[in-house]
Design a binder for this molecule. Structure first.
Ligand code: URA
Length: 207
């Protein structure tokens, strides 16, 4: 159990990250955000989550609502969480890039590095035991952040595997998954993702 003080401390730290994100006018995506009246998407869920999920970047629905994974890919993510008895409110869900890139294009390297420090701060606040990456962009960022350079493989090999790494607060597991949106275009991917998600079940038991 966490004390009232710890709960307030984490909430305030996350609020500071959110405020910095709102005011991040140096972002390469800031003009696109404001011109379209989009919201930045910081993430949502428990600040004490054992598992943090990291997607790629908000899509149109997410940027309009300011919430991660609330469109079609999010619906399938909910199904995957449900498959392993996890609830959205028990985990934390965010993205590597916090603003919507135009036309749903892949995030550019300068966008990933611009937003990296926001994600780093979120990980430091939550101190998860497991970081579950969704798609190749967050996989690459997280494997590099945790200095697993020699373990980096294509996502076709890495998906569903657990890599142990050292965070400043202790050992963590990094588990790469395919992006749930991939299952929207490729039916076979649904079963692969469901099976891969089963690796998260033992973590759930320790929540
Ligand atoms: N795809 C992502 O990577 N993140 C979202 O929040 C929604 C769709």
């Amino acid at each position: 159990m966490f004390s009232e003080g710890e709960i307030i401390e984490r909430r305030e730290k996350m609020l500071a990250v959110k405020n910095d994100l709102i005011n991040f006018s140096a972002s390469p995506l800031y003009k696109y955000r404001t011109e379209n009246k989009y919201f930045p998407v910081i993430g949502e869920g428990s600040h004490f989550a054992k598992i943090v999920f990291i997607g790629e970047a908000p899509g149109k629905n997410e940027a309009m609502q300011g919430r991660p994974f609330c469109g079609a890919a999010g619906k399938f993510l909910d199904e995957l969480l449900n498959h392993v008895d996890l609830k959205r409110e028990d985990v934390y869900i965010t993205n590597i890039v916090k603003d919507r890139p135009p036309e749903n294009r892949d995030p550019l390297p300068n966008e990933i590095s611009a937003y990296g420090s926001f994600l780093d701060r979120q990980i430091e606040i939550i101190q998860p035991l497991v970081i579950a990456t969704l798609g190749r962009f967050s996989m690459q960022y997280i494997m590099e952040k945790f200095r697993l350079f020699l373990d980096i493989e294509p996502i076709s090999k890495a998906h569903g595997k657990s890599y142990v790494a050292k965070a400043i607060y202790g050992d963590i597991q990094i588990i790469p998954f395919y992006h749930p949106a991939a299952a929207l275009y490729n039916g076979g991917m649904r079963d692969t993702l469901k099976k891969d998600f089963e690796i998260l079940k033992p973590v759930d038991k320790h929540l």
